[in-house]
Design a protein around this ligand. Structure first.
Ligand SMILES: [Zn+2]
Length: 410
């Protein structure tokens, strides 16, 4: 089930590399640390309005940076394909946009303003080429993605308000595999404390609990728990885990400290209850507090639920075929190493979501880059996938033929 080559040629004629790079520059040069992406959202809305699209700005419970929504509709029945991206970036010093050796650089170039620019270019290609013959495109962009400053609640709200397509493409920096499964993730911060003041070790009351001993016991219990989790292996994702990334206590060698702090993550497999794991974690802490005579507090931040892609959905085979036709190779199936908005689309709406963006790197550093030629490829891939996916009716099965393209002006 190949696309006619003429559709690809026709779409390519309506792709504009300079316009794509200009869009990415404008987005990058609107700094947008998570929680403060208002300027970048406004900038994207201005770009789309200047292009003649009608833009909606639902705030999704975050009025400081209302989301950006465009519905491009053909008026003919068919599916809605959503292009979704986040415009916020991690909290690092701002790096302005520049091009160097055909690479786009600057804050968010990789994660994920380069990808959002490619999705916008796909939208323009579909509109200008008139290649989309049925169904519609829903473009959404938002804030509050990057943890720990954001936890996805703006997008969650949009999904719950029904601003969601039948399938979603996410141009995050992942291009070498088609991710079918991913673990859910929460971060945790634990503070173990005792009631007495800081005191010289020889002056301490002998019944005063040791926060360092309690911290060490917590490390040992979490290690045993992690080993138990490792017994169950998912073929794509590996195992669930409980991980400790930091432990701190004490001021000098002979002072009896008042608190011990630990931080880490908890990841779980698709098909398991991510919320229940918080209860399990808190029960473990309550047992330890009682046994050690310490007080234990915990901040638990639920980041995203686990991810699964239903490979029986026709969206998947259409995406694979479109990829193969453009790249002359099959995209291998694989795991999603990080959590992203696709996890929310699957967990909250049961919608198939494919994370696929430009070849890029340096995400979560000050040295982000995205390959401009690959941004062009992604724009074409998104447009081509949309042509076939949107035109096929909701009742269509994966065995049916590709829709016949309507005649279009060259
Ligand atoms: Zn991202």
């Amino acid at each position: 089930m190949d696309h006619p080559q003429s559709i690809i040629d026709h779409l390519v004629k309506h792709r504009d590399r300079d316009r794509l790079v200009d869009t990415a520059f404008l987005l990058i040069d609107a700094p947008s640390p998570t929680g403060q992406a208002g300027k970048a959202c406004d900038r994207l809305a201005e770009i789309l309005e200047a292009d003649g699209f009608e833009v909606e700005r639902p705030d999704g419970g975050h009025p400081a940076a209302p989301a950006v929504v465009v519905r491009f509709e053909t008026g003919k029945p068919g599916r809605t394909l959503q292009f979704n991206g986040h415009l916020d970036t991690v909290h690092l010093p701002f790096v302005p946009a520049r091009v160097e050796d055909d690479l786009l650089r600057g804050s968010g170039a990789s994660d994920m303003k380069g990808g959002v620019a490619a999705a916008v270019e796909a939208l323009r290609m579909l509109r200008d080429s008139k290649a989309l013959t049925a169904g519609s495109i829903l473009l959404t962009a938002h804030d509050l993605h990057e943890a720990p400053w954001g936890d996805g609640r703006q997008l969650d709200r949009l999904i719950r308000e029904g601003i969601v397509g039948d399938a979603v493409l996410l141009p995050e920096p992942l291009s070498d595999v088609l991710p079918t499964d991913g673990r859910g993730c929460a971060t945790w911060k634990v503070r173990i404390s005792r009631t007495g003041p800081p005191v010289h070790e020889v002056m301490r009351p002998m019944d005063e609990p040791s926060v360092i001993a309690a911290g060490a016991e917590l490390v040992a219990r979490l290690k045993r728990w992690d080993a138990k989790l490792a017994e169950i292996v998912h073929s794509i994702c590996g195992s669930a885990s409980v991980f400790i990334g930091q432990i701190h206590s004490g001021e000098i060698y002979n002072q009896y400290p008042q608190e011990c702090r630990l931080e880490g993550t908890r990841r779980w497999l698709p098909g398991t209850d991510g919320r229940a794991t918080e209860t399990e974690f808190r029960t473990l802490l309550a047992d330890l507090a009682r046994e050690s005579g310490t007080r234990i507090e915990c901040d638990w931040l639920f980041i995203r639920d686990a991810f699964h892609l239903d490979q029986a959905d026709p969206f998947v085979s259409i995406f694979q075929a479109s990829y193969q036709q453009i790249s002359n190779r099959r995209i291998p199936l694989g795991g999603k190493p990080f959590v992203d908005d696709g996890n929310s689309f699957w967990a909250l709406a049961g919608v198939p979501a494919i994370t696929h963006g430009p070849r890029a790197g340096g995400q979560h550093t000050v040295a982000e880059w995205a390959d401009i030629a690959d941004m062009e490829r992604v724009a074409l891939l998104y447009a081509l996938t949309a042509v076939a996916y949107c035109a096929s009716g909701r009742a269509q099965t994966e065995d049916e033929e590709w829709p016949q393209p309507a005649p279009y002006p060259i």
